[in-house]
Write a protein that binds this ligand. Structure first.
Ligand SMILES: Cc1cc2nc3c(=O)[nH]c(=O)nc-3n(C[C@H](O)[C@H](O)[C@H](O)COP(=O)(O)O)c2cc1C
Length: 213
């Protein structure tokens, strides 16, 4: 996990830089979505946000299983991820599409984070947050269909999901290993999404007091 801009800014409107957690929905080392996430993270910083760039590969989780949870509780890795999400004002998720939907690793992480911990309502890391969605795929639709499902999942968790989004088709041609985005128009679109996210996060009221579990 790497913070891209240091700040002790508060999350309250008008008092500091919104804290944005950026991550890809792929743990793969050569992930195109991780490459796009890095571009997006830099765009968030340029827009005035404070960024943490998270790698799901550093947060390996077992597949959610109610018996496992009952026997052992929420795994330490899921608790850590939950705390990280709780500490941010906004999410920027850059996700591949698997069979026209959300990749299992991403859904699994969102599910574990939604579980109650130490008597705290499971939705606390989500409620009152704002999210922006991006996708990258070698395919012609850029992962767009997966974002439809991801949007629905996040909305049901209490996240305000921005209408602005971007799915990058033929991503292998546009995201060089060396970094950056080859096409200036794509870069401008990603920057626009990042700017909107920072703008909305800065205006959001603090989350409501925690509800009972
Ligand atoms: C099981 C599976 C299903 C996939 N389904 C889709 C799909 O529905 N649409 C699509 O555009 N790409 C699909 N792909 C291709 C992925 O988008 C491609 O592997 C992408 O590079 C994965 O993201 P990453 O590079 O960030 O790891 C699929 C890949 C796998 C392994």
């Amino acid at each position: 996990m790497s913070p891209l801009a240091a700040s002790n800014a508060s999350t309250r409107p008008g008092t500091g830089a919104p804290r944005v957690l950026v991550f890809a929905g792929s743990a793969r080392s050569g992930s195109l979505n991780k490459r796009l996430a890095k571009v997006a993270a830099e765009a968030v910083v340029a827009a005035g946000g404070e960024v943490t760039l998270l790698d799901l590969a550093d947060h390996r989780l077992p597949v959610y299983d109610g018996d496992l949870e009952a026997a052992e509780g929420v795994p330490a890795a899921a608790r850590r991820l939950r705390e990280i999400m709780r500490a941010h004002d906004a999410l920027l998720i850059v996700s591949p599409e698997n069979n026209a939907s959300v990749p299992a690793a991403l859904k699994n992480a969102l599910d574990w984070v939604s579980r109650p911990v130490d008597g705290q309502n499971g939705l606390v890391p989500y409620r009152g947050k704002v999210a922006a969605l991006l996708a990258a795929s070698p395919g012609a639709l850029g992962g767009l269909r997966g974002l439809v499902h991801l949007r629905q999942i996040l909305a049901s968790l209490g996240v305000l999901v921005l209408s602005e989004q971007f799915a990058l088709p033929r991503a292998h041609e546009h995201l060089p290993e060396s970094g950056g985005l080859a096409d200036a128009k794509h870069h401008a679109t990603v920057s626009g999404v990042a700017r909107r996210l920072v703008e909305v996060a800065a205006r959001l009221a603090p989350p409501a007091p925690e509800a009972t579990p």
